[in-house]
Design a protein. Sequence first.
Length: 208
Amino acid sequence: MKVHDELAFMPATELLARIGRRDLSPVEVVDAFLERIGRLNKELNAYVLVLADEARQKARDAETALTGKREHPPLLGLPIAIKDLFDMKAGVPNTFGCKPFKDYVPAASATYVERLERAGAIVLGKTNTPEFGHKGITDNYLFGPTSTPFHIGKNAGGSSGGSAAAVAAGLAPIAQGSDGGGSIRIPAAWCGVFGFKPSFGGRSPTRC
């Protein structure tokens, strides 16, 4: 197995631990995932936008930060993927999987994305979604369908299918999704990965 393939399926917790111990370089880790994305994404269509230059620069910044003696943020150097329903900083399109929004560029990042980046995570790119996330499969008129890695041509589920397929194929160690009626849980099942849907609000759901 090639080194980049070994890193691709390493748990995120282990990647972070090894980056923190300086066993792995953030640059090496990011390059490994970008190499796999370049090799496999055309067939899967998990990513609709890859931020290779930005990710490599942030990996170099993380490498520099690790040489210091100060305390580091908890996700420093960890590659992640963001669903194409969430705004990123100016210059990064957010299409919502919808043709009328294909040229929409937000002015600021969503709070979710901002907090991940503040914690040191490195965004590899945006993942595919049905229009506005309103479907149980991942397909749209702008980018087309996303396949499960286990059967090309069979859908990855939705609406976070791009994120689920990216993790299942080793194109990201962890990826963000959103779920109101199964949009994390459906693609997690169809792609054979774990998906976590937080409870609404600060309290546990009422048991009946």
